[in-house]
Design a protein around this ligand. Structure first.
Ligand code: FAD
Length: 372
């Protein structure tokens, strides 16, 4: 079977590797001039490794994922730690009861927490956040951050993104509890280059002739695949600014959230994340902006309307005998890198039987995989 993988991000490269290892004939096309997708790593003019589409910390609980990535790169031992500025004071993130006790309004916050409903209110992003954190904490660190991040009132969003992402801990913990964490020592591009070293790839090209392949795994936008026939799915994008600085607030934190900053959402220190020792650190400031033809689509915006639109596109895409949507853009799903690899692995049985099952069953299987 001849398989074309469209897009050389972490999903495309993983599937290219795994399908080739199963004996299929695989090739890759990538529209940009580099592989890596959003986790592309490059080197700054002063020799520092960095991710121009946003700092990326790898983490997974899935031993299959760990085993796969370790075949192609060693990892450093960075474990993701985040700070957050609240009222100009740097605090630990995720917020915990320990940190709350240090905040001026702690009495009110603790009272709100006592009064929380037993079951979280899943009506929308805002009701969920208030039911988990109480109104005082919500106003202090969630409302502004989320409005700036998504460009919408939080109540216009569903709980898809926030659910399982932030929760109140009892004591200060690391961002992720996953046992495997770190960054590839030479960056993600090198890891992915090693992963697909023996697979033909064409860069700067998004054109393909369907008739030359038996299956096409498409990791571009699902709405683009279907020529935007039902309208555009919305994404949020970021603008990045850089500074080289001698001082950074706390060397334990790779990133610091800035909920009260008028423009930026967070800042990243690449020297901390990549564990690079230089005189000055490379800092990346991230400003949320709308996504358009010039800005990359980074985050799916989970409103009811977008989720319904995606479902419409997915039903349509599943009618194709040949083209299977995959990855973050194909499945309109915010995936961490470890999750993107797990999902790619979990999709293989479906990919192998795609041609032999009904479109309705393809749709149901994808929905099931996305809900796992
Ligand atoms: C700001 C930011 C920070 C993040 N930080 C983390 C983090 O710290 N830890 C973590 O685990 N995850 C993080 N992620 C998530 C991570 O980026 C995703 O898990 C990962 O990018 C998913 O890979 P993908 O291959 O599915 O998609 P992508 O990386 O988007 O790859 C898709 C590829 O397809 C190409 N393509 C698209 N359309 C076409 C076409 N028509 N023809 C040819 N090629 C095409 C694109 O150019 C791209 O190379 C972050 C995401 C963002 C936005």
């Amino acid at each position: 079977m001849r398989i074309l993988v469209v897009g050389a991000g972490i999903t495309g490269c993983t599937l290219a590797r795994l399908m080739k290892d199963k004996g299929y004939t695989v090739s890759v096309k990538e529209k940009q001039d580099h592989i890596g997708g959003l986790c592309y790593t490059t080197i700054s003019s002063s020799g520092i490794l960095y991710e121009p589409y946003g700092g990326h910390a790898f983490h997974t609980k899935d031993s299959r994922v760990k085993e796969l990535v370790l075949k192609f790169s060693d990892f450093n031992n960075y474990r993701h730690n985040k700070g957050i500025f609240i009222n100009d004071i740097l605090r630990h993130f995720p917020l915990s009861r320990e940190t709350i006790l240090e905040i001026e309004d702690s009495e009110q916050i603790l009272k709100d927490l006592e009064e929380r409903p037993k079951i979280p209110d899943l009506t929308n992003f805002e009701t969920y956040a208030i039911s988990q954190f109480g109104i005082t904490l919500y106003r202090l660190f969630i409302y502004n951050y989320s409005k700036k991040m998504w460009g919408l009132e939080p109540k216009e969003l569903t709980t898809e993104y926030i659910k399982n992402r932030i929760e109140l801990k009892n004591s200060n913990t690391q961002m992720f509890e996953d046992n495997f964490q770190g960054l590839p020592v030479k960056g993600y591009t090198e890891l992915l280059r090693n992963m697909i070293h023996d697979i033909p790839i064409e860069l700067n090209n998004s054109e393909f002739d369907e008739s030359l392949f038996d299956l096409i795994l498409f990791s571009g936008r699902i709405d683009e695949l279907l020529k935007f026939k039902f309208g555009n799915l919305q994404f949020r994008s970021l603008r990045f600014e850089y500074e080289e600085k001698e001082n950074w607030e706390n060397e334990n934190y790779g990133t610091i959230n800035l909920p009260q900053h008028p423009k930026y959402i967070r800042k990243v220190n690449f020297n901390v994340m990549h564990q690079q020792k230089t005189n000055k650190s490379l800092i990346q400031y991230q400003e949320p902006i709308p996504s358009n033809s010039k800005n990359l689509p980074l985050y799916p915006i989970y409103t009811k309307k977008n989720i319904e639109l995606f479902n419409k596109y997915l039903i349509e895409a599943c009618k194709s005998e040949k083209i299977i949507p995959i990855g973050r853009l194909g499945l309109y799903k915010y995936l961490e890198m470890g999750q993107a690899i797990s999902l790619a692995m979990n999709m293989i049985p479906l990919i192998e039987k795609w041609k032999n099952i009904r479109p309705e069953d393809r749709y149901l299987e994808i929905k099931k995989l996305l809900n796992n």
